[in-house]
Design a protein. Structure first.
Length: 84
């Protein structure tokens, strides 16, 4: 499974999005507000799941972190940058 699809599956699993499939999530679309419509509680849960699954450090309440969580594509870039 590609990292892109792995992140999408993690979003679906950790947020219990039962009616959403990997194909339904646009990698470039915003995760919060429009797009998937996630909220701040979803962000916390997703952040913890990403830290646990991909072993990356995420700074809470930083503007950079908000940018990383903009879309699936930005999350994938962030995870890849942390793996080096």
């Amino acid at each position: 499974m590609s990292l892109d699809n792995e992140v999408k599956q993690l979003i679906i699993d950790c947020l219990d999005l039962e009616d959403v499939s990997i194909e339904d999530i646009d990698s470039q679309a915003p995760l919060f507000g429009e797009g998937l419509g996630l909220d701040s509680i979803d962000a916390l849960e997703l952040g913890l799941a990403i830290k646990k699954q991909f072993d990356v450090k995420i700074e809470a309440n930083s503007d950079t972190t908000k940018q990383h969580f903009y879309s699936v594509a930005s999350l994938v870039s962030f995870i890849e940058s942390q793996r080096v």
